[in-house]
Write a protein that binds this ligand. Structure first.
Ligand SMILES: [Zn+2]
Length: 64
């Protein structure tokens, strides 16, 4: 099974690791985000978004 290019691999919005094949797509505050687990989604919504949120969200949305 060939690995995907690093560039095309999504990163978890919460912990920042590359998520090669088990990414979870979520909608949050109108943005689509990618996380590696439900735990990270909760971390994103409760910690990252309130703290760094808008900036990070805009950066990942720019790639669309
Ligand atoms: Zn994660």
């Amino acid at each position: 099974m060939p690995l995907r290019e690093v560039d095309s691999m999504p990163r978890c919005a919460a912990c920042g690791i590359l998520v090669p094949c088990q990414e979870i797509h979520k909608e949050h505050e109108g943005h689509s985000i990618i996380v590696c687990s439900e735990k990270c989604f909760r971390m994103y919504t409760t910690y990252w978004y309130p703290k760094y949120g808008a900036k990070e969200a805009r950066r990942s949305a720019a790639g669309r």
